[in-house]
Design a protein around this ligand. Structure first.
Ligand SMILES: [Mg+2]
Length: 343
């Protein structure tokens, strides 16, 4: 039985073996997106670091509650399990890096929580208050999720796909999400694509936007901040297609564009990149939230806070991409900054 036990341990370790960053699809998540640490955060703010660390040590055997990125990370690991079944020894997998600013003593509670939920996360990056950008680059990060909008903005400016997550009670939500399929929903303009057309829409209105999109139908849009992440998902999807397997990754485009008037340009852009999206939903200005309720994605990315707010209220796990002209508008869609007028 001792031999059996050691074999079992070896099997477990093998399962946790991490791929090399250049082969993997690396997802960096902050501790506060993976776990719900609101109460602890409050304690830190009100009573200071010492009390906070003491509290975390006292509770270190008590697992943290799931945070907004938790269902997404769980779904990534299910995909990894499927990939390992199909391709033993596979290195093209999702690799999760936990980014934390936390005190090293808090690391024990994080590790215990990871074990409790059986999450295969081996890579920890304790940044000790330093900017995470250097680490994100070193790990060749394909997606970075954090609750800190400033860090996310900095990452996007450095060309790393990134999004901000918010407090969301995912504990009840989890039972409604697919356990066998990772579902990722993307907005188009300002997320997969640049904000070049969004600028025209915001500054010159719908008619000017439509005229522009029809005129430039055959000219691909420039890449947006999350294009590379869609590309990485596509790379893993093809591994399932190659074996004629049901694909456990499904991608959705959820855009306010209309199919007839301005949809062709985005489809042609994706085609020019050699990328495919499983479902493209053109809403022609209709609200996104009810549709997202049907899709039930593990994560939905949008650059406009007004869409994020509505989606969150309807129970969709949402992540904000702080990029482009949309950042000049508040969550009701009103202009925050007046653009400088020409002389
Ligand atoms: Mg957008």
């Amino acid at each position: 039985t001792a031999k059996r036990a050691s074999e079992e341990q070896q099997k477990r370790n093998k399962k946790k073996q991490n791929p090399k960053p250049r082969n993997a699809v690396t997802i960096a998540v902050s501790s506060r997106t993976l776990f719900n640490m609101e109460e602890e955060r409050k304690l830190f703010k009100e009573q200071g670091l010492e009390k906070y660390v003491a509290y975390q040590k006292e509770h270190e055997s008590e697992p943290l509650r799931p945070g907004p990125a938790f269902p997404f990370v769980k779904a990534l690991m299910n995909v990894n399990d499927r990939l390992r079944q199909l391709y033993p020894g596979e290195e093209e997998l999702f690799d999760i890096v936990l980014m934390t600013n936390n005190h090293a003593q808090v690391g024990v509670r994080l590790i215990n929580s990871i074990k409790h939920y059986d999450l295969a996360i081996e890579r920890f990056c304790m940044t000790g208050g330093r900017s995470p950008i250097g680490y994100l680059k070193a790990y060749m990060t394909n997606l970075y999720l954090s609750k800190d909008a400033e860090k996310v903005t900095e990452a996007i400016e450095e060309g790393i796909a990134a999004a901000t997550m918010f407090n969301q009670d995912v504990q009840d939500m989890q039972s409604q999400l697919s356990e066998t399929q990772l579902r990722v929903a993307f907005d188009g303009d300002g997320v997969l694509f640049s904000d070049e057309s969004e600028i025209i829409f915001k500054q010159e209105g719908l008619d000017a936007f439509l005229t522009n999109e029809q005129r430039l139908e055959n000219q691909p849009l420039a890449e947006g901040p999350l294009k590379c992440f869609l590309e990485a998902l596509g790379k893993l999807q093809r591994k399932f297609y190659a074996k004629n397997e049901n694909c456990p990754i499904r991608t959705y485009l959820v855009t306010s564009r209309g199919a007839d008037s301005s949809g062709a340009r985005v489809l042609k852009t994706l085609r020019s990149w050699g990328l495919e999206i499983d479902e493209a939903l053109f809403l022609a200005g209709a609200p996104k939230a009810p549709l997202l309720q049907k899709i039930k994605p593990h994560i939905f990315f949008d650059d406009q806070m007004c869409h994020i707010e509505k989606a969150r209220k309807k129970g969709t796990i949402s992540a904000h991409v702080p990029y482009g002209i949309a950042q000049k508008y508040d969550n009701k869609g009103k202009l925050i900054e007046t653009p400088p007028k020409p002389e």
